[in-house]
Design a protein around this ligand. Structure first.
Ligand code: GLN
Length: 470
């Protein structure tokens, strides 16, 4: 069976009776059955899919359908779906069952979307390769010797292997865009505060955003527009009347030259990026050299703010309130025993780092300083968007790498986020889309960043680029 290209086409075909929801879902389930044992994209395929299909069919029968009715989607393992397990890729939550729906889940469920299952991820979204999950590694469907990127590696792989039409990921420092780039897909991190974080297990609350992973820009736009809603349950959700970006179209694209001439960037990535810039010029965009002198510090700022917030957020896994509990002779020993056994190495590394950063005597030196620098970086982006409409960069300094290649070198692993982290630090939206074929069956990619609430600008330029990329 041929799967239609976009959500809209799929919707039209279901509506006209040309395609049944059952057949659509079955074709994905067949691919999952064939491929998941080697790729390990899904930790679990939900057992209530039949019920969800029947409900979606009924919505069509009764004329209550929406654009999402009957559309299959996979959920990253850190999003809550009532009555279903959710573990954030961790042993400590192995047997945890969600007691409510995340807002994104609620929106899509009420609209009749079909949740196929939960996807593998780096434990608590900490990583760039999906090698730190308690549930094993995920392989890149484009080339199974390579990592799929991370932390939303299972999410992108579920789509890339033909196991769903859409996927939802979360992005704290690049976890949607970098894996989407590694697997030849579109991945988008919305403006902070546009998509509700209610029911998303927190990593670093001031940076986390849920966003779409799709096969094309049109679907990213459809899905984003669907989940881009104010939510009173999320204290950082921005009311819709305050979400304003006045620019209507993209004319000038800024390129921070120094980013792509720096060390550690693969030659083929540079070459492909230069080619992409030529494509953008031929499409009539004015390319402007820009300077973002503070951006090189974004990664350092991220690796202070993120562990600080994560160490605090993860204190809730205390053997009492959620998940695993290993009894001991007193409470302190119980905490220690459970957390020692329940958390993996990378999570422990970040909890230790974060606790140190927040400790009395170091708080101002590290956390306070990082916060001031974050403010300065936010200002730098705000100012630059007065002169250019969007910014173009490669998504990652390198292509998907071999499984195991960076597991013993956490610093090298963290360089994966060099180009993606600034958007999280500045709170601005960014999208990654494929920009051509690379060696070993892999794909190149380009990232566009926009001003706050400038998602429309990103979709516009990304769609034009997508149509014209060779
Ligand atoms: N790879 C980054 C990290 O390890 C980003 C993770 C994310 O965006 N969740 O922290």
């Amino acid at each position: 069976m041929t799967i239609p290209n976009t959500i809209k086409e799929t919707h039209e075909k279901i509506k006209s009776g040309e395609l049944s929801i059952r057949a659509l879902v079955d074709s994905f389930l067949k691919n999952i059955e064939e491929k998941n044992s080697s790729i390990n994209a899904y930790i679990e395929v939900y057992s209530d899919i039949d019920e969800q299909v029947k409900n979606a069919e009924k919505m069509f029968e009764e004329g209550r359908e929406t654009i999402m009715t009957g559309i299959p989607i996979s959920l990253k393992d850190n999003m809550l779906f009532l009555g279903h397990k959710a573990s954030s890729g961790s042993k400590i939550l192995e047997n945890y069952t969600a007691t409510y729906n995340a807002t994104v889940v609620d929106l899509l469920k009420n609209a009749g979307a079909i949740f196929l299952g939960r996807t593998n991820m780096d434990e608590f979204a900490m990583g760039s390769s999906t090698e730190t999950s308690f549930y094993g590694i995920t392989k890149n469907p484009l080339n199974e010797e390579m990592v799929p990127g991370g932390s939303s590696g299972g999410a992108v792989a579920s789509l890339s292997m033909g196991g769903t039409l859409l996927s939802l990921g979360s992005d704290t420092g690049g976890s949607i865009r970098q894996p989407a780039a590694f697997c030849g897909l579109v991945g988008m991190k919305p403006t902070y505060g546009t998509v509700s974080r209610y029911g998303l297990m927190a990593m670093a609350s001031s940076l986390d955003q849920i966003g779409p992973i799709t096969k094309n820009v049109a679907d990213a736009e459809t899905l984003f527009n669907f989940i881009n809603k104010y939510d009173k349950n999320d204290a950082t959700s921005i009311p819709e009347n305050l979400r304003t970006e006045n620019k209507k179209e993209v004319k000038k694209i800024g390129v921070p030259k120094s980013w792509v001439t720096g060390e550690g960037i693969e030659d083929s990535v540079k070459e492909n990026f230069d080619k992409s810039i030529e494509t953008l010029k031929s499409l009539g965009y004015e390319i402007v050299d820009i300077d973002l002198p503070l951006s090189p510090y974004a990664l350092a700022v991220y690796y202070i703010l993120m562990p600080a917030e994560a160490s605090s957020n993860l204190s809730r896994y205390d053997s009492i309130r959620f998940g695993m509990s290993l009894p001991s002779n007193n409470l302190k020993n119980q905490y220690e025993k459970t957390r020692e056994s329940g958390f993996g190495k990378e999570v422990k590394r970040r909890i230790l780092l974060g606790t140190y950063i927040l400790s009395h005597g170091y708080y101002e030196a590290y956390y306070g300083k990082a916060l001031s620098l974050q403010k300065a970086i936010q200002k730098e982006y705000k100012n630059i968007f007065e002169t250019v409409d969007v910014i173009a960069t490669p998504t990652s300094p390198f292509l998907a790498f071999s499984i195991g290649a960076k597991t013993n070198d956490p610093i090298a692993m963290k360089l994966s986020d060099l180009f993606t982290v600034p958007a999280n630090i500045a709170g601005i939206p960014a999208i990654s889309i494929p920009s051509g074929d690379a060696n070993n069956n892999l794909k190149h990619s380009i990232q566009f960043m926009g001003p706050m609430f400038g998602e429309n600008l990103l979709f516009e330029v990304a769609k034009k680029f997508e149509e014209n990329v060779q």
